[in-house]
Design a protein around this ligand. Structure first.
Ligand SMILES: *Cc1c(COP(=O)(O)O)cnc(C)c1O
Length: 449
């Protein structure tokens, strides 16, 4: 096991599996192929419980919806259902997964700018909350609503906060007010339940300002006789992949020589942030909102439920991706490690960035120490299609059959891009489930039939 310059922070269950049960990982990869994705549903449950505890400590009525697009694992969606939290579904397929996982329809919120009629119909059937992205969508939803019997359709309006004036998502305040008027006229078939937004970036302050804007609009809607009770602030809670000091030192020290293509990427995810999701949420709740009162006080005083749609932060530490080393090849400068797998797993080079977390090398046989720097490539025959451009330091030359373990890949890393390039089959996915004795058992991670 090498120390590396950017060692991953590891959950104890992951630590145990990687450091003490390395032979177990070897056996699993032999059986299921490489790369192998392993998800840890119980970690999602613990993450959800921790966020809920923060909200409870502030005596805030709250709702959590798992942002299910972050990972394709059905076991993780089931974990959200088992924990009693909702799901944010942005396609008919995510909706079906959530329902199949046992999430009650009323605990599902639908987001996203493109909702075909079939998606609207299924959401209305399920009595899900529907976040309406535009006046056009409101008109389309109203039409769909006419075709259904049953209780009024539950509507959130997606606000495009002043913070995000250039965004393609949501409606500016003027359109939101116009939607209010429309909803007062459509009261038989539609019910306004609240406002919604989701901002890119990870700062708390812009979210506090957007909450203030939403609170103002809630008051306006109530003046029209509507009864919105929810402010849904989306996701974007940052997570920590590596130690903050280690990360800062790396960022300060790095230059083009750290990358095989000689270029430092322009931007990175904040892999070494100082706040975990719970600390971040406490910061947000304490941030000044309306008239310098805190977010928590303002939302409580507005008699609203604060809803969150965490994706990445709920799956923090909830998966690893394991590659088998095929060979290490010396090059004119340094080395390349070839693995069984591709840049569609655990990789940011497709976003002109880099996953700034070291893979952990698990050696199959006792290594002869010879430190090398290498970049990592998969089975792609395209020159620039690599898993890292960054030179990774290894204390020994990775050998055929060794494993490279990427920790904390559940949040978009694991399977967002995976496909069957070169006609390779999709990577296998297992769920690691603690048994009564605390030891992990492994089962195929598939939807229940
Ligand atoms: C993607 C998305 C989320 C989840 O974002 P994370 O950064 O993964 O927490 C939540 N809400 C909406 C509307 C989204 O599009």
């Amino acid at each position: 096991m090498q120390a590396g310059v950017l060692p991953p922070l590891l959950h104890p269950a992951v630590q145990q599996l990687v450091h003490e049960d390395g032979h177990l990982l070897q056996a699993l990869v032999r059986e299921h192929g490489s790369p192998l994705n392993i998800v840890f549903p119980h970690i999602l449950r613990a993450n959800a419980a921790a966020l809920a505890a923060v909200l409870q400590a502030h005596a805030l009525p709250s709702a959590l919806f798992y942002g299910a697009k972050v990972n394709k694992s059905p076991a993780l969606v089931r974990a959200a259902a088992d924990q009693g939290i909702g799901v944010d579904a942005s396609s008919l397929y995510e909706l079906r997964d959530a329902l199949r996982a046992g999430t009650p329809g009323r605990a599902i919120v639908a987001t996203g700018p493109v909702k075909p009629r079939a998606f609207h119909d299924a959401l209305i059937e399920a009595q899900a909350l529907i976040s309406v992205d535009s006046l056009d969508e409101l008109a389309a939803l109203q039409q769909a609503a006419q075709a259904h019997a049953g209780p009024p359709v539950r509507v959130l309006l997606r606000l495009r906060p002043q913070e995000a004036a250039a965004s393609r998502f949501g409606m500016g305040a003027d359109d939101v007010r116009q939607a209010f008027t429309q909803l007062t006229l459509a009261r038989q078939r539609m019910r306004l339940e609240g406002l919604h937004f989701h901002l890119s970036g990870y700062a708390a302050e812009p979210r506090a300002r957007a909450i203030a804007e939403a609170i103002g609009l809630v008051a306006h809607a109530r003046g029209l006789g509507l009864a919105p009770r929810m402010i849904d602030i989306g996701g974007g809670l940052p997570i920590r992949y590596v130690d903050a000091d280690v990360y800062e030192r790396y960022l300060q020290a790095q230059d083009g020589s750290h990358y095989r293509n000689g270029r430092v990427p322009e931007s990175f995810y904040p892999y070494g942030g100082r706040l975990d999701p719970c600390a971040w949420l406490r910061t947000l709740l304490a941030a000044p909102c309306v008239d310098a009162r805190t977010v928590a006080d303002c939302v409580r005083d507005a008699d609203c439920t604060l809803a969150l749609e965490p994706g990445r932060s709920l799956v923090d530490q909830a998966a690893i991706t394991v590659f088998q080393v095929h060979a290490t090849k010396p090059l004119a400068r340094r080395h390349v490690v070839f693995v069984q797998g591709s840049s569609f797993s655990a990789c940011e080079t497709w976003f002109a960035s880099e996953f700034l977390v070291d893979p952990l090398l698990l050696c199959a046989a006792p290594p002869a120490a010879q430190a090398i720097d290498a970049y990592i490539a998969g089975h792609s025959c395209l020159d620039d299609d690599v898993i890292t451009n960054r030179w990774i330091g290894f204390p020994t030359v990775p050998q055929h059959g060794d494993l490279l373990v990427y920790a904390n890949t559940a949040g978009y890393q694991m399977d967002l891009l995976e496909n069957e390039f070169h006609r390779h089959p999709m990577p296998a996915r297992l769920a690691a489930v603690p048994g009564p004795d605390g030891r992990l058992g492994f089962e195929p991670d598939k939807p229940v039939e």
